[in-house]
Design a protein around this ligand. Structure first.
Ligand code: NAD
Ligand code: IPM
Ligand code: MN
Length: 370
């Protein structure tokens, strides 16, 4: 029986609450499949800084090194609490970016999906998204401004200054472009390249390399869109997009906007793939405003489990059952409070109830034929 070690990094804020629901689904996947899962929790994030003096402690690093895959909850604190941690040790710079760098998880898949029957969750008019939304946003995750050289201090005129550089080389661009073309080839064969080449030289090189890689994929049509215009089109006509590829910072911003057009960041799971290892996390943050209340939407975390089952464990059918089980909760008229906005007549349920309903439906799905 194959055995896998999964590192569970609960994180901060709503992290532990939504992780608990994800674990229910992982355990079910294990019992339904011919495999064994060793699930081990590791301290990570602001909590780890307070308990271990390090947001990414050595034992968690070792655990991640050993693991076959990593499931990570959101990290971070609210603005005021963040101030209690020295700048470079805060969980974003002290844990999350080092995790991404350690495993070179350059390819970040952020699916933006809303089934046709669920368009009432979106703030967009029904006619704009009739038929639903299904976009795969692909974000480069280990380059650009996030990882470039940084300096700050006083300049010769005595003024405080800061300088951050946006670095990419052709190899970094080429590998994410290839992932994007391969993804587009497996879908509608249209790739939207998001860039800012009217201002940024980094985008000029990006487009050049993307064009070169594109020659290997003649069946994929590339459509170039400036990032600012793409932000508008995401609101006015998101259905024109299928696969979108972009550099790190553009992807951070546009993927949160995508959560907005779905109706909640709680609907945004993600997969972060590197050459050897992958980790999975919701795209959103630790939602300090609702932490500890049993109201967070665990869809993003359970969706990240579905992505892990498919992409790291090869359990495509099981992943499909998990997606369907989540859908069934909505179809039965239930939703967590983040989705109970104007126009939605869903019955509001808690984080735990959502997880239980998903588990109940998933448990009833047909098992894989031996
Ligand atoms: P956030 O994503 O935590 O929250 C933004 C809004 O979305 C809030 O109103 C929140 O309640 C809501 N929301 C987010 N996830 C939800 C869910 N699953 N269910 C229901 N509602 C949900 O963004 P923020 O408040 O700007 O950031 C809080 C902290 O999270 C910061 O410290 C930030 O750095 C960190 N952060 C971490 C990650 C990560 O770990 N990958 C991602 C983004 C932000
Ligand atoms: C995300 C987050 C992170 C990012 C932060 C927390 C460093 O916003 O995963 O989208 O900007 O990449
Ligand atoms: Mn973000």
């Amino acid at each position: 029986m194959p055995s896998y070690t999964i590192a569970l990094l609960d994180g901060d804020g709503i992290g532990p609450e939504i992780m608990a629901e994800a674990v229910k689904i992982l355990r079910l996947a294990e019992s339904r499949s011919d495999l064994q899962l060793e699930l081990t929790h590791g301290a990570f994030g602001a909590g780890a800084w307070f308990s271990h003096g390090d947001a990414f402690p050595r034992e968690t690093r070792d655990l991640c090194d050993r693991a076959d895959a990593i499931l990570k909850g959101p990290i971070g604190l609210d603005h005021e609490q963040t101030g209690k941690i020295p700048v470079d040790m805060r969980p974003e710079r002290g844990a999350l970016l080092p995790l991404r760098r350690r495993f070179d998880t350059f390819a970040n898949f952020r699916p933006v999906r809303l089934a046709g029957g669920l368009t009432h969750f979106s703030p967009l008019k029904p006619e704009v998204i009739a038929g639903g939304i299904d976009i795969m946003m692909i974000r480069e995750l280990v380059g650009g401004l996030y990882f470039g050289a940084k300096e700050s201090g006083r300049n010769a005129a005595g003024k405080r200054y800061v300088k951050e550089s946006l670095d990419y080389d052709e190899e970094q661009i080429g590998r994410i472009a290839r992932v994007a073309f391969e993804t587009a080839r497996g879908r509608k064969k249209i790739l939207h390249n998001i860039h800012k080449s009217n201002v940024l030289k980094s985008s000029v090189l990006w487009n050049e390399v993307l064009g070169e890689v594109g020659r290997e994929f003649p069946e994929v049509e590339v459509r170039h869109i400036l990032v600012d215009a793409a932000a508008t089109y995401l609101c006015l006509n998101p259905r024109q997009f299928d696969v979108m590829v972009m550099e790190n910072m553009f992807g951070d911003i546009l993927s949160d906007q995508a959560g907005g057009i779905l109706g909640s960041l709680g609907l945004m799971p993600s997969a972060c793939l590197g050459p050897e290892k992958a980790y999975y996390e919701p795209s959103h943050g630790s939602a300090p405003d609702i932490a500890g209340k049993n109201v967070a939407n665990p869809y993003s975390m359970i969706g990240s489990v579905a992505m892990l089952l498919e992409m790291s464990l090869g359990l495509k059918d099981e992943a499909g059952h998990v997606w369907k089980a989540m859908r069934s909760v909505f179809d039965r008229g239930y939703a967590t409070p983040d989705l109970a906005g104007p126009g939605s007549d869903s019955q509001t349920i808690s984080t735990r109830s959502f997880g239980d309903l998903v588990a109940e439906h998933y448990a009833a799905a047909p098992a894989a034929a031996d």
